[in-house]
Design a binder for this molecule. Sequence first.
Ligand SMILES: NC(=O)c1ccc[n+]([C@@H]2O[C@H](COP(=O)([O-])OP(=O)(O)OC[C@H]3O[C@@H](n4cnc5c(N)ncnc54)[C@H](OP(=O)(O)O)[C@@H]3O)[C@@H](O)[C@H]2O)c1
Length: 235
Amino acid sequence: MNVFLTGASSGIGEYLAYEYSKQHAHIGITARRIDKLEQIAKKCTTLGGKISFYQLDVNNQEECKNVINKFVNEVGGIDIVIANAGIGNHDNMKTGDATIINNILHTNIIGLTNTIYPAIPHMINQKSGNIVIISSIASFLNIKFHGGYCASKIAVKTLANCWRKSLKKHNIKISTIMPGFIKSEMTQDIKFKMPFIMDTQTASTKIVTAIKQNKSNYIFPWQWRIVIPIIRLFS
Ligand SMILES: NC(=O)c1ccc[n+]([C@@H]2O[C@H](COP(=O)([O-])OP(=O)(O)OC[C@H]3O[C@@H](n4cnc5c(N)ncnc54)[C@H](OP(=O)(O)O)[C@@H]3O)[C@@H](O)[C@H]2O)c1
């Protein structure tokens, strides 16, 4: 099994790399922090994974294309591509400067298309493949001061819903993963109480199982499947 993964230097991506290593997959792990990737690659190898690691900024379209093609040439195919890299932040509205919100939208949306698109021709040739989009429960919620993040997660969910129809005839499956709060660098400084927060290891195991089961849309922890429709009634 050949798996290509962005955002593998911490959090969910790091633990997805460990999960696939336990299954002896060949994994292409990427992120900007190469020192972190090097350490994670070592741990993956001890767990049974075969690792290629690449420094990659998902905002760089050309870099994404080169790295994915390099990985495919090295391992001879691509079974799963997981667009996991993402950032969250406050909308930063009062400054009048759109840099922060633009960076969220660019990284979370364009960074994802930069990641997925180079894999598609390979999957069409193979007549198989799994594309995994990491969205969020934020795609259902209109969270105050976090419009950029929520909008980015709605956008990637919509892309996935359309691509699922477009790529079906090529036997390419699309899974949209919508986690609730997960322990990671992204949530470590959040001060408010995060309902149903889940540890990274459990979250990654659940994501890998959902991908294996070809789930089109996977919301977890399960409590959110009940709470989201109720919140949406009032927002
Ligand atoms: N934690 C949660 O509660 C939660 C809930 C729902 C969805 N999610 C989603 O899950 C995904 C992973 O988040 P996480 O919680 O694991 O957060 P995290 O620990 O902060 O990890 C984010 C990862 O994305 C990478 N990244 C960020 N910007 C990048 C860029 N421009 N180019 C390449 N890599 C980049 C980071 O690596 P470098 O900094 O080394 O580049 C890091 O590996 C995100 O898409 C996030 O929106 C998280």
